[in-house]
Design a protein around this ligand. Structure first.
Ligand SMILES: [Zn+2]
Length: 269
């Protein structure tokens, strides 16, 4: 039976790929127009495939996709930017793959968000071209957290809400920001955070990338920022996973709850 295929075209960045059967691959794309999309690219692992060179992770390409029953199918692809400079340098490549993985983990499929697409694209470009590229990763982590609704508290203590002073305070991932010395408890997983680090986190949050890039960040300060942001990213993702599990548990219980509600609704009639 002939099947009506709906075809769409969009620029996208390949976040990751995995094998399917003997010759195919499933790509996870972050598209400019439709958000995250999983799509099959057929025959791509055969030596003669013309698409093979265009679908590697980190590639920005123009994709033509056909709506499939479960997964969409790549019908044409043409590279826009291969980011060759990232592939030739393991340090840069590892940061770029980390950026892709974060976007994949933070987002659901089919939720359009051009800002996130733009953010990843800018980050890959910075990682490919800048001498000091760590700041690009820190800026990306902060922007992503903020965009996903997890803006860390950097102005007031998360517990007593007093304005933070420019001394060593404490970072709490579970508390979502900075806690002051008097509110720090032994039970909370906290680590000291310097006044300089807090200042830079504020700049990453409120400034433009060019502002953050102008600051000289030594290795010690970068390590401090990296630990704090990664700890928070991990905490958020773990919480997301747990909240997904919670939703699933509720979903399983829903039939009985729906029956109860239906019965309650029927009763007065
Ligand atoms: Zn406090």
């Amino acid at each position: 039976m002939p099947q009506q295929l709906r075809v769409y075209v969009t620029p996208a960045i390949v976040l990751r790929q995995r094998k399917l059967g003997d010759a195919d691959k499933i790509l996870t794309l972050y598209t400019a127009t439709f958000g995250k999309v999983d799509a099959v690219v057929k025959g791509v692992r055969k030596t003669k495939s013309r698409m093979a060179g265009h679908v590697e992770p980190l590639t920005q390409a123009n994709f033509q996709l056909a709506k499939g029953k479960t997964l969409d199918i790549v019908t044409q692809v043409e590279t826009i930017e291969p980011f060759q400079a990232l592939r030739g340098d393991l340090e840069r490549m590892s940061r770029a793959l980390y950026a892709c993985e974060l976007l994949d983990k933070f987002t659901e499929t089919h939720e359009p968000n051009f800002e996130l697409y733009r953010l990843l694209l800018d980050t890959l470009s910075r990682l490919a071209t800048r001498d000091h590229f760590e700041v690009a990763v820190r800026f990306y982590e902060m922007a992503l957290l903020d965009a996903m609704g997890y803006r860390p508290e950097l102005e007031e203590c998360v517990t007593c809400r007093k304005r933070l002073t420019a001394i060593t305070n404490y970072w709490t991932a579970a508390g979502g920001g900075v806690v002051c010395a008097s509110c720090r408890t032994d039970e909370t997983a906290v680590r000291p955070i310097s006044a300089n680090a807090v200042k830079l986190l504020r700049l990453l949050l409120h400034g433009r990338f060019s502002d953050a890039a102008r600051v000289t960040i030594d290795a010690g300060l970068n390590a401090e920022l990296e630990r704090a942001l990664l700890e928070y990213v991990r905490w958020v993702l773990e919480r997301d996973v747990r909240s997904t599990a919670f939703i699933d548990t509720l979903r399983k219980r829903r039939p009985s709850r729906a029956r109860t509600m239906a019965a309650a609704g029927d009763a007065p009639a």
